[in-house]
Write a protein of this length. Structure first.
Length: 441
């Protein structure tokens, strides 16, 4: 477990102690892409001090080819030894330009909000449920990797789960070795879809681990000739990939969200935080659902299983998965808005900023709703509906001053520009559906 040995040690010392020959110095761009350089352990001291240099135009940070190099300065506390390549250590990095923090980098954005949270005396802790699909590439497209995984309601199916035992058990073994404490894994609601749960932690640790988890799953799947995808909606008739986030605020060892006297087991602060998330939900969609395809998950009609498991309304309730916010037990709540394409640095930055705003304004979310909102949502005309597409979500983000301030001018302007380009490209594409529908016009 690397986290027990990093404190107070240089990366050079860690390389010697852990028999590392290389470090993979990685950072995340505004579209959630991970960029990295492979640094020999003999040269890591210079990189730890000054960063690994990258041409910024090569990644999605909104900088032109005339911009000076960015420096990715690795965070030793994020060190993860690749279980399948144990002479290589992976590092999350903070981005600097000309010696100053680059404010538009996602990890830097999140760290700014975490600092605001810490200044109020709280620590933000989260756990993520990362869903992914195992696929095989065909000549034309992709199909579910397991040809026998065809039932209409495959969730928790034992046979489908155990046919992928080699890959799933290897992932769990590696996560145990890394000290993540995985505790459950299952076949999810779509054919070929799986989920592995690991123990919650400080929110920055969770975000770093989520980046590495996606890299690890994809790498191990490739070794088996498969494609692992976290795409929000892969098949129109099947449930999409979510990344549900469980969250709480802590003061030392005390969970500030817990109140045993409350009917739902959460405190007044938790209700204010929750209300803040709800009040900014439509703008948060742009950060939690960042792609064109994200809205085919949110706005989906019923799938072959009978449910999409994705929220449609800005609502909350108890242990009820038809709401955007679910309170499964005292002391925490789950945001079901986030999908597999989300950059967890940006999504968590937005959620935390929204929650802190709710606390600052002493907002209250109103009464929780009961019943199946997938079927009964239209019975509540006062409920806000989540954005139906990417342009609507980006407009909601642009109209949300708290979230725009959280991102900062450069990141928000860059993100809006990238997403407009993405929508324009999508709108210009001719799909097979269109050909089939209109070829005889």
């Amino acid at each position: 477990m690397v986290s027990t040995v990093t404190e107070g040690r240089s990366l050079s010392e860690l390389a010697t102690e852990l028999d590392l020959d290389f470090f993979l110095v990685s950072y995340t761009d505004l579209l959630g892409g991970t960029r990295a350089k492979l640094v020999p352990a003999a040269k890591i001291a210079v990189v730890e001090a000054n960063g690994a240099c990258f041409a910024p135009f090569a990644s999605n940070l909104g900088l032109g080819p005339d911009a000076p190099d960015i420096a990715a300065i690795p965070d030793p506390n994020s060190l993860i030894v690749l279980p399948w390549q144990p002479n290589v250590g992976w590092l999350a990095s903070d981005v600097y330009i000309e010696g100053k923090p680059f404010l538009a980098a996602p990890r830097m954005i999140f760290k700014r909000v975490l600092e605001q949270c810490a200044n109020l005396g709280y620590q933000y802790k989260t756990g993520v449920e990362a869903e992914f699909c195992l696929l095989k590439k065909t000549d034309q497209s992709y199909q579910v990797a397991d040809a026998l995984d065809t039932t209409s309601r495959p969730c928790y199916d034992q046979l489908n789960l155990m046919r992928q035992f080699d890959l799933i058990s290897t992932l769990v073994e590696y996560m145990e070795h890394l000290g993540w404490e995985p505790y459950q894994c299952d076949h999810e609601d779509a054919n070929g879809q799986f989920e592995i749960n690991w123990t919650y932690a400080d929110a920055l640790v969770t975000a770093d681990r989520h980046v590495f988890f996606k890299y690890m799953v994809k790498s191990l799947a490739e070794q088996q000739g498969l494609t692992a995808s976290f795409m929000p909606k892969i098949f129109s008739n099947l449930t999409g990939n979510g990344a549900h986030l469980h969250m709480s605020l802590w003061q030392g060892d005390q969970n500030a969200f817990e109140d045993e006297a409350d009917g739902m087991g959460i405190s007044a602060i938790a209700y204010e935080f929750l209300a803040g998330v709800l009040s900014h939900a439509r703008g948060l969609s742009a950060l939690c659902n960042p792609t064109v395809t994200s809205y085919k998950r949110l706005a989906a009609s019923t799938t072959t299983s009978g449910s999409t498991w994705a929220p449609r309304y800005v609502s909350y309730g108890g242990n009820n998965r038809t709401h955007m916010i679910r309170i499964p037990e005292g002391g925490r709540f789950e945001c079901r808005l986030i999908d597999g394409a989300a950059c967890l640095y940006l999504a968590q930055a937005g959620l935390l900023a929204a929650g802190l705003d709710g606390m600052a304004q002493h907002l209250h979310p109103g009464k929780p709703l009961d019943g199946n909102l997938f079927a009964r949502g239209s019975e509540f005309p006062d409920l806000q509906v989540l954005p139906a597409n990417l342009p609507e979500a980006m407009q909601c983000l642009q109209q949300d001053p708290v979230l725009m301030a959280t991102l900062g001018d450069q990141a928000s302007n860059t993100l809006l520009e990238f997403k407009q380009q993405e929508w324009n490209s999508y709108s210009a594409a001719i799909t097979p559906w269109e050909l089939e529908q209109y070829i005889n016009c």
